[in-house]
Design a protein around this ligand. Structure first.
Ligand SMILES: [Zn+2]
Length: 261
């Protein structure tokens, strides 16, 4: 199914998501309370600022590209200050600061995550090659979720959400971004979108953001044209949550045994 949707093209290419999703998920779109299958709309690619715009450094090594789609979209918080500067310039500075930290402090090859969303709702490319890979249905291996980097794509959301509210602009941009990723990669948003804490012992993306994930999944599904009942109860997580965080504000492990940055 990946080949029949142009992620770079207009959003109007309609397709039967159900057919594709059935192939991927074994028909999981059927029979789930509050959700109904429908004709999905290929979500448009949102504006994603590539690495040249934020003047990314050259990576120490080119990222590994896998010729397959990831199966999970991992939501992180950056655990950086909850800035009230919503400008694009600030988003560029944030990406540069995160890249410096990952390369100089952590010793990684490049910025760890594939995508970054600022509190102002600006979406930026992360690790080298991410945009090109996504547009071709491929996966760039990042450094963002320990022991799961080969099959997950990570979105770093600016801020610390132990209790702070997620800015509307950030949330709206994240919906658009996830809808595009689910379209390109043929993913079912109900299953594909997870929090970092679902996979690693971490508080990331913070209690306040984690509570919004059921809502995020519903909005992404609606953006893809899947009918949902907004008053349906949150779906149970498909992965056992991992409460063993080291601190309420931690960012979580990004690399597991055998993984490199
Ligand atoms: Zn995280």
């Amino acid at each position: 199914m990946r080949g029949d949707v142009s992620p770079l093209g207009p959003p109007m290419a309609r397709r039967r998501l159900l057919a594709g999703a059935t192939a991927v998920t074994g028909g999981m779109l059927l029979g789930v309370a509050g959700w109904a299958p429908g004709t999905a709309v290929a979500a448009a690619r949102p504006l994603v600022h590539d690495r040249s715009t934020w003047r990314a450094r050259r990576p120490k090594r080119r990222a590994v590209v896998l010729d397959r789609a990831p199966d999970r979209i991992v939501i992180h918080h950056s655990a950086t200050p909850n800035s009230s500067d919503y400008s694009l310039k600030h988003a560029y500075r944030l990406s540069r600061a995160i890249q410096d930290y990952h390369m100089d402090r952590n010793g990684w090859d490049d910025i760890g995550q594939q995508l970054t969303v600022s509190r102002g709702g600006h979406i930026l490319e992360g690790r080298n090659g991410s945009l090109k890979a996504i547009s071709r249905g491929r996966h760039i291996v990042g450094a963002q979720t320990a022991s799961h980097n080969t099959h997950t794509i990570g979105i770093e959301n600016e801020g610390l959400y132990t209790s702070a509210r997620v800015p509307v602009r950030l949330f709206d941009a994240l919906v658009e971004l996830c809808a595009w990723l689910c379209t390109v990669y043929d993913l079912d948003p109900r299953r594909a979108i997870v929090g970092h804490r679902d996979l690693n012992a971490t508080a990331c993306p913070g209690d306040a953001f984690y509570r919004r994930l059921p809502e995020l999944r519903r909005h992404v599904a609606r953006a893809m044209g899947l009918r949902t009942r907004m008053d349906s109860p949150p779906l149970p997580p498909h992965v056992t949550p991992h409460p063993g965080a080291t601190a309420p504000f931690d960012h979580g492990p990004a690399l597991g045994p055998g993984e490199s940055g």
